[in-house]
Design a protein around this ligand. Structure first.
Ligand SMILES: *[C@@H]1O[C@H](CO)[C@@H](O)[C@H](O)[C@H]1NC(C)=O
Ligand SMILES: *[C@@H]1O[C@H](CO)[C@@H](O)[C@H](O)[C@H]1NC(C)=O
Ligand SMILES: *[C@@H]1O[C@H](CO)[C@@H](O)[C@H](O)[C@H]1NC(C)=O
Ligand SMILES: *[C@@H]1O[C@H](CO)[C@@H](O)[C@H](O)[C@H]1NC(C)=O
Ligand SMILES: *[C@@H]1O[C@H](CO)[C@@H](O)[C@H](O)[C@H]1NC(C)=O
Ligand SMILES: *[C@@H]1O[C@H](CO)[C@@H](O)[C@H](O)[C@H]1NC(C)=O
Ligand SMILES: *[C@@H]1O[C@H](CO)[C@@H](O)[C@H](O)[C@H]1NC(C)=O
Ligand SMILES: *[C@@H]1O[C@H](CO)[C@@H](O)[C@H](O)[C@H]1NC(C)=O
Ligand SMILES: *[C@@H]1O[C@H](CO)[C@@H](O)[C@H](O)[C@H]1NC(C)=O
Ligand SMILES: CC(=O)N[C@H]1CO[C@H](CO)[C@@H](O)[C@@H]1O
Length: 566
């Protein structure tokens, strides 16, 4: 037996060792790659064993199970691969729902906290006598249909295959609980939960597989795929301190003007200002400044006053104890202040021991970052979905719109990186078919019964959700498809601890009430005979942590924050 204290220590050591091997301290390969929008992990409670309602001791939350999933739903004869999942029935009573979540684009091992009542998943399980499952998404962590992440293997990495996985899992898994072979959809109500990309996947799955899941909960769900997603920075601009926003805009406009001109001395002076003198490409230099804005994505209602983002704005706006007015100090003060912030620690935080060109330069195609196809590389797997199906490129705003971000960075900048990462698939920069994705899974036009959308006003992904202010279709919140928005950030409502914010608490209470109503409406259909396959297997493979070949470029690949324990 390992004590919970040792368990926690092991988790901490594992994450430290994965950091130690990371190319960059935050886990990215390159500092000019945007952080992917993964949901925040939740820590598992320390100390007590997991017990069922009648006092029986259950396996720990981190017990890893494996399921034989089809490699290719279009060709079942190719056989199966091992898909990992985590499960508990601590709150389960016969008749209760089965609550399924995939955390989406990440190794799922740090997400077993989503089995507990520290999350909305567990709160629903506790209220409804349900059991809870966390399922690793194909091509992440150790759930790989193919031995590598080459473009050839990734042909099986599509949104549709992921949806088909959820269906095949629900219909065929024998859950490790007493009546685990009698709770398939039709025999028990299933609820699908997701956040961010997996929130969108929740909506997509309910569109694509009607009546499979009785109800859904989609947090910060990026339902509408958008190629040039410059509006990622709009909630940041709207909610950050006004003076800081004014100065960031002014400095960026100035840098763009100098970088588009031909005064080599002035150009070099700006690079040196940020400690980026050796970085060759000007779009990499100006694009790297997005890092300060990407830091917004790790904010939560529980973050407290001393965050990287607030320290950034303070360093720009507070001079000798005095705060700038709403209009900011202007370029003369803000440019050197921003530079000092980078040179006095921020650059080192982003790049670690790498030199600035290796870390922030995005043009060297021989770097391991572009070429390494070893599995358990969430950044590479997610970039495949970005380049093929969803876009969400985080660029400068169009002319005429205020921009916190350089206009030197346009879709071509990221599409070139798609080509560099997957040259075999993209001899030319790809034409990301977001229109096809939106047509297939309905995007903002989704209309599904018993699907709850939860969003955050300050979420940088807000403009791709059902609560987008720039939404181009008529979306209404209804009792069958509620759209609830609190004052939270990205996926804030998934954490029970976020209820300290009254607006987030209201969203969660509304969701719990909806689930209660919807579950009373469920009736068994018994159209399904129940799973035929083997009983669940315990995964005894060595569990290695996430590998660390990322290059922390501008934003997809920054680590998400994790929620504080409840
Ligand atoms: C769960 O955590 C304990 C304590 O750290 C550890 O000993 C055990 O190997 C873990 N189990 C699995 C399946 O990862
Ligand atoms: C208690 O719960 C466990 C697991 O749900 C079950 O196997 C067992 O039969 C239950 N015992 C009683 C007395 O209800
Ligand atoms: C959450 O679940 C634990 C058991 O895992 C229980 O001890 C605790 O009381 C629950 N918390 C609430 C607020 O119900
Ligand atoms: C949950 O189980 C308890 C104990 O069996 C029961 O009293 C309660 O009504 C159940 N709740 C729901 C929502 O089914
Ligand atoms: C080029 O920029 C430098 C530094 O900002 C400035 O001193 C110089 O006058 C500029 N040269 C021209 C030709 O504008
Ligand atoms: C804020 O956080 C930074 C970095 O963790 C730390 O160095 C600093 O002391 C903190 N400041 C305050 C006032 O707590
Ligand atoms: C100016 O910036 C400081 C530091 O970020 C902030 O505390 C203050 O509220 C801002 N004031 C205005 C008027 O924007
Ligand atoms: C490109 O990357 C490779 C591998 O990291 C390195 O050896 C080479 O020096 C780099 N080339 C340039 C021009 O930076
Ligand atoms: C690819 O990355 C893995 C994991 O970090 C590493 O073990 C392996 O050596 C790398 N492969 C090459 C060819 O560099
Ligand atoms: C290999 C891998 O998954 N690396 C990183 C990808 O990005 C996330 C954050 O977005 C990091 O936490 C991972 O370590």
């Amino acid at each position: 037996m390992v004590s919970p204290r040792q368990w926690k220590l092991a988790v901490v050591l594992a994450s430290l060792s994965s950091l130690a091997h990371a190319a960059l301290p935050d886990g990215r390969f390159n500092g000019n790659i945007m952080p992917h929008p993964a949901i925040p992990p939740v820590e598992v409670p320390e100390g007590l064993p997991v017990v069922s309602r009648n006092g029986t001791q259950l396996p720990p939350y981190n017990q890893t199970y494996i399921f034989d999933q089809l490699i290719d739903h279009n060709n079942p004869s190719l056989g199966t691969f091992k898909q990992r999942f985590w499960h508990t029935y601590e709150f389960y009573e016969p008749g209760g729902p089965i609550i399924l979540m995939t955390p989406g684009e990440a190794n799922a091992q740090p997400y077993s906290g989503y089995l507990t009542n520290r999350t909305i998943n567990g709160l629903i399980a506790q209220q409804q006598n349900g059991s809870a499952i966390v399922l690793e998404h194909r091509f992440y962590g150790l759930s790989n249909p193919k031995p590598d992440l080459s473009a050839e293997s990734l042909k099986l990495h599509t949104i549709q295959q992921a949806i088909d996985d959820l269906e095949y899992f629900a219909k065929n898994v024998k859950l490790p609980q007493p009546d685990g072979d009698k709770v398939a959809p039709g025999q028990a109500p299933w609820i699908l939960i997701g956040g961010s990309y997996s929130g969108a996947l929740t909506s997509f799955t309910m569109v694509n597989k009607p009546n499979l899941f009785h109800a859904g909960y989609a947090s910060s769900a990026v339902v509408e795929s958008i190629l040039d997603f410059w509006r990622y920075f709009e909630p940041v601009r709207q909610n950050m301190p006004r003076n800081c926003s004014a100065d960031v805009q002014a400095v960026i406009a100035h840098i763009d003007t100098v970088f588009k001109g031909n005064n080599a001395t002035a150009i070099q002076a700006i690079k040196d200002n940020f400690g980026l003198g050796i970085v060759t490409h000007l779009d990499d230099v100006a694009g790297a400044l997005r890092n300060n804005l990407w830091d917004w994505q790790s904010l939560q209602v529980t973050s407290g006053p001393n965050t990287t983002f607030t320290r950034f704005c303070d360093s720009l706006e507070v001079k000798n104890g005095v705060s700038a007015p709403a209009s900011g100090w202007g370029v003369e003060t803000a440019l050197p202040a921003w530079g000092n912030f980078w040179k006095s620690g921020y650059l080192r935080n982003v790049c670690g021991k790498q030199n600035a060109e290796d870390c922030l330069g995005s043009y060297n195609v021989t770097q391991d970052y572009w070429t390494n196809t070893t599995v358990d590389n969430a950044n590479r797997s997610w970039f495949w979905i970005v380049c093929n199906e969803v876009g969400f490129l985080q660029e400068g705003a169009p002319t005429g719109q205020p921009s916190l971000v350089t206009r030197l960075v346009q879709p071509a900048y990221d599409l070139r990186q798609c080509q560099q990462m997957f040259p075999a698939a993209f001899p030319k920069p790809p034409n990301v078919n977001v229109a096809r994705t939106n047509a297939a899974y309905k995007g903002w036009n989704v209309k599904i019964n018993r699907l709850f959308f939860a969003n955050g006003l300050r979420d940088p992904w807000r403009e791709a959700t059902m609560s987008a202010q720039s939404i181009t279709v008529n979306v209404k919140s209804t009792s069958q498809q509620p759209i609830a928005m609190g004052d939270g950030f990205h996926c804030t409502d998934l954490s029970a601890g976020s209820a300290v914010d009254a607006t987030v608490n209201a969203v969660q209470q509304k969701a719990l009430a909806s689930m209660k109503t919807w579950l009373t409406q469920w009736k068994p259909t018994s159209t399904h005979a129940g799973p035929k396959g083997n009983s669940p297997q315990i995964d005894s493979r060595p569990s290695f942590g996430r590998n660390s070949r990322e290059k922390p470029v501008n934003a997809w690949f920054r680590p998400s924050s994790s929620f504080n324990g409840a």
